[in-house]
Each structure stands twice: as structure tokens, then as C-alpha cells.
Write a protein that binds this ligand. Structure first.
Ligand code: XMP
Length: 516
């Protein structure tokens, strides 16, 4: 396990990802974590992230200095290197005239003694390296016992190392703009920490199943299936751990896409042989949404109703102490970062309604330490059908936030039909997977058209398609014109209440992916 100390860098999560990509388990920990905590967790090395502060600011985040003398390998990146330098008696200064933002070239020194040279081993550059810098402060004096490993034009210390396995890098090896950054990180993990690339899908499954078994014992668990990949993989892992002590509940809210309810039931009950209850709550949801136009009010009512239905179903099952959730590691990082003084990123979560404070269940969260791509790999390994593994995300409030304005059964049916055509054509063009998310929106606008010799006055459907890695930022997908033409043509011909189709060409930000 590699511990990543979070000093509030926008790249902290990226460091955790890069380490996992090298097949080493990583976890982001608060910068207050002590050496003792690390030892207790079997930590093999520490990475100190960058951060927005200056080390000499009052209250600037630090870390347990005992770590630096413990023989535990430490890689300090940017601010992380400055923290290490300061703690060990080096000097850090505001580098007037030496600020560096963006691409830079560093020159490796030729005094590379072993083992400090390990960090740059095997790189395709005997003396210079292209890197990405983003800093105002610099280390101007090395702490005792450190060797200067690299310099840059405006930076006396671009990299430094100590025989105890301490390495400081002023540049960011985790970003894609440092072309050989992955190799530098691997050098730290394998060459300096002595990690083995063992974080494979099979190991993930084995470790998670063991954790679930230990938590749940012989008691019962319920798991709400949403139709998305996360809850499905959570259910598969729990089923592998405790078999039919698991019951899945799928709430048919009436806000699902075409054929979705049947597909979930068929896959889980018939294909995976996992006990499944389908709760038909369509009428209840429509009733709660009647006449509601405000997006936030829709979300709130759906969230509350969802939990009510869910608890009702759970109560019928008898004594079920555990509720499973498909919480992912990025959600955990984002919600805990509220508590760490150093972190600055805050994202609003969209989980349906949240959980009531008097929740009677204990939570089981099998995906708590996994990233989305790891979840997909686990799903594929556990036999989840491929088209489910790669399904686009679907919001908890469902089609209710894609029918803009008041939600009625009729408007839901119109949207469902238009959406199904869009997705069918996207798949036929082999563009479903490369697109991060795609769907239709039923706008509240009506427009005039002409069909045959008749004037029409009907609904406008908007198509939304985005490319994105993390869904926090997104660009509109440049779908081919002929595909868009085919989709528009089919929608106006096949969906009676629609006479016009438009394509949303806004990025996020400033728009969001969903319209409500
Ligand atoms: P936005 O619209 O904020 O959405 O750009 C980002 C991603 O989150 C999904 N989303 C939701 N997911 N419950 C969910 O489970 C919600 O209330 C919700 N709202 C948005 C959205 O589909 C996109 O993938």
C-alpha cells in the first residue's frame, strides 16, 4: 500500500490513479496521518502531494516529521518536496523571477550516486527531461545528506534525493504533460519502495470479498439496483461473498428508459441467479411529481419517495441489518476532502436524496476503494454482460430531470421513444462506447412544423452527447452529421408528438451534462 498525503493539490486524485495504473494499491490519506498509522497499515511508501500553500505560511499543512527519518521511502512532489526540504533543514523561498508554470526542461546532474539514481532509471533521456511545472516557491538550499539530482533554467533544485529513499521532485510526474512521468512514478514504486505490481482485478475481487465476509458474517444484506454499473458490481461482489444472504431490490420508478426494468430483472434473476425483488412504484412516483416543475423540488421528492419504497421492501424481508451501496472511491475522496483543511475542491453530490440521518441499516460499500475503470474490470470478470459494463451513467432521478417542466406519463413516453432511437443509432454507428454519455431531453418548447400538407405545433427534443473522463468537465461530442440527420429524421417520423430536434453544443462548464 502506498499512502498519498493530501496537501490540497488539484492533482492528488490523479496521483492515486497513476499508482493504481502501475498496479499498486494506493490510498489518499489526510496530511495528519502519523508514522505509527502508516506502519499499522503496512504502508510501503509515501507520496506527498502538491498544494496551494507556501511552506512558510502560518498554518501551512505539514506532516509527521518522524516519517522522514523512519527509512520509509517518501516521494515529495512540488509542495510535498518543499515540506520535506523544510522539515529536514533545507531552505524554501518564494522564487521571485523563478516561478514556473507549464512545460519545462530539467537537466539531470551527473553526480547521480546509487540508490538516488533509481528515480530516473531507464528514462529516454540521458541528461534532460521534459516535464510540467506549476510552482511559485523553490527549494534553494538542499537539506543535509541530499544530492542534487536535476536542475532547470529557473530552478536550482528540480529534483533531489537521499540514500534513505527520500526523493523530491519540483515537477509533476503524475500529469500527462510530463511524458515520462509514469516511468518516474514506477521507478519510485518498484525501484525504491520495492512494491510488486500485484493490484490486479483478481486480487481486488479476492480482497473485497474477504472484507465483505468479515463485515457481514451470516446476516442478511439488501442492495438497491439502479440499472447502472456500480450497484450491479456491488451486488455481484456481495453475492460472491455471502451468496443468497443478499437480496437485490429494484425500484421501478416509472422514470426508467425503454426496456430497462425488464433488462435488470432478466439479468439478475435469470442470468446471475441473484434473488431480486422488483417493486412497482410507478404510480406513486408520478403522483408525487404531479405538477412539479422546479428541478430541485423534483429531485427532493424523488429521493424521499425512493427511500420510502426501499425501506418498505426491506421491512417485508424481516431482519436485514445491512444495506449495500455502490459508493466509489472518488465519492469518498470528494466527501472526505470537506474535512481536510488542505483540500480545496468541493463537488456537490447527486446521490438520490441522500440517506436519512436515522437510517437503521449498517452500510456495506464494496466499491469504496475503487475507481470507475476498476469497477468495470471487476464487473466484466464477474460475468456482468459487456453492454452493462459499458453502460452510460444514468441519473438517480431518471427521466424526470430530462422531461423539462412538469412530468406526465405521456411526456415520459415521448422522451423514452426519442431516447431509444438516439441510443440505437449511436450503437449502430459504433459510437456508443467512445461517447461518455448520450441521451435525449424533452424540452418544454413547442414549435411550428409542416408534415404532409398539415401545420403541426409539437414538441422539441434536444439531443445531448458528451465526451468526458470524469463527468466533472465535459465537451460536446462531435457526432457525425449524417448520424445526427438520421436520428432527427427517425424521431420526427416515429415519435408522433415531436416535430423538431436540436443538438446541444455546450461544454461543461458552463453548462452541466443534464439539463436539470
Ligand atoms: P451534471 O448534470 O451535474 O452531471 O453535469 C454529472 C453526471 O452526474 C449524473 N447525475 C446524477 N447522477 N443522481 C445521480 O445518480 C443525480 O441526481 C444526478 N444528476 C446528474 C449525470 O447524468 C452525469 O453523468
Amino acid at each position: 500500500m502506498i499512502a498519498i498525503f493530501d496537501f490540497g493539490s488539484q492533482y492528488t486524485r490523479l496521483i492515486a490513479r497513476r499508482v493504481r495504473e502501475a498496479r499498486v494499491y494506493s490510498e489518499i490519506v489526510p496530511n495528519t496521518t502519523t508514522l505509527e498509522d502508516l506502519r499499522a497499515r503496512g504502508c510501503q511508501g509515501v507520496i506527498l502531494s502538491g498544494g496551494p500553500n507556501s511552506v512558510y505560511d502560518a498554518g501551512a499543512p505539514q506532516c509527521d516529521a518522524a516519517i522522514f527519518t523512519s527509512n520509509l521511502p517518501v516521494l515529495g512532489i512540488c509542495y510535498g518536496m518543499q515540506v520535506m526540504a523544510q522539515a529536514l533543514g533545507g531552505k524554501v523561498q518564494l522564487a521571485t523571477g523563478r516561478r514556473e508554470y507549464g512545460p519545462a526542461t530539467i537537466t539531470l546532474t551527473d553526480e547521480h550516486p546509487a540508490p538516488q539514481d533509481a528515480i530516473f532509471a531507464g528514462l529516454d533521456a540521458s541528461t534532460s527531461l521534459h516535464v510540467w511545472m506549476s510552482h511559485g516557491d523553490s527549494v534553494t538550499e538542499l537539506p543535509e545528506g541530499f544530492t542534487l539530482l536535476a536542475t532547470s533554467d529557473s530552478n536550482p533544485v528540480a529534483a533531489m534525493g537521499h540514500a534513505r529513499g527520500l526523493v523530491g521532485l519540483q515537477f509533476h510526474p503524475e500529469v500527462a504533460h510530463t511524458p515520462q512521468g509514469a516511468q518516474v512514478l514506477e521507478n519510485f514504486l518498484f525501484g525504491i519502495c520495492g512494491c510488486a505490481p500485484e493490484w490486479t482485478t483478481e486480487n481486488v475481487i479476492e480482497a473485497t470479498v474477504a472484507r465483505i465476509k468479515a463485515q457481514v458474517g451470516d446476516r442478511r444484506v439488501i442492495c438497491g439496483l439502479s440499472g447502472g454499473v456500480d450497484s450491479a458490481v456491488a451486488a455481484l461482489l456481495i453475492h460472491r461473498a455471502v451468496g443468497d444472504q443478499l437480496t437485490c431490490v429494484f425500484v421501478d420508478t416509472g422514470l426508467l428508459r425503454q426496456g430497462e426494468g425488464e433488462q435488470v430483472a432478466a439479468t439478475f434473476r435469470d442470468h446471475m441467479h441473484i434473488p431480486l425483488i422488483v417493486a412497482d412504484a410507478r404510480a406513486r412516483f408520478l403522483e408525487r411529481l404531479a405538477g412539479v416543475e422546479d428541478p430541485e423540488e423534483k429531485r427532493k421528492r424523488i429521493g424521499a419517495e425512493f427511500i420510502r419504497v426501499f425501506e418498505g421492501e426491506a421491512a417485508k424481508l424481516g431482519d436485514v441489518p445491512f444495506l449495500a451501496q455502490g459508493t466509489l472511491y472518488p465519492d469518498v475522496i470528494e466527501s472526505t476532502s470537506h474535512d481536510t483543511a488542505a483540500a480545496q475542491t468541493i463537488k456537490t453530490h447527486h446521490n438520490v436524496g441522500g440517506l436519512p440521518s436515522d437510517l437503521k441499516f449498517q452500510l456495506v460499500e464494496p466499491l469504496r476503494y475503487l475507481f470507475k475503470d476498476e469497477v468495470r474490470a471487476v464487473g466484466a470478470e464477474l460475468g456482468l454482460p459487456e453492454d452493462w459494463v459499458w453502460r452510460h451513467p444514468f441519473p438517480g432521478p431518471g427521466l424526470a430531470i430530462r422531461v423539462i417542466g412538469a412530468v406526465t406519463e405521456e411526456r415520459l413516453a415521448t422522451l423514452r421513444a426519442a431516447d431509444a432511437i438516439f441510443i440505437e443509432e449511436l450503437r449502430a454507428a459504433d459510437l456508443y462506447r467512445p461517447t461518455g454519455q448520450a441521451f435525449a431531453v424533452l424540452t418544454p418548447v413547442r414549435s411550428v412544423g409542416v408534415m404532409g400538407d398539415y401545420r403541426t405545433y409539437a414538441n422539441v427534443v434536444a439531443l445531448r452527447a458528451v465526451t468526458t473522463g470524469d463527468f466533472m468537465t465535459a465537451d460536446w461530442a462531435r457526432l457525425p452529421y449524417d448520424l445526427l440527420a438520421r436520428v432527427a429524421n427517425r424521431i420526427v417520423n416515429e415519435v408522433p408528438a415531436v416535430n423538431r430536434v436540436v443538438f446541444d453544443i455546450t461544454s461543461k462548464p458552463p453548462a452541466t451534462i443534464e439539463w436539470e
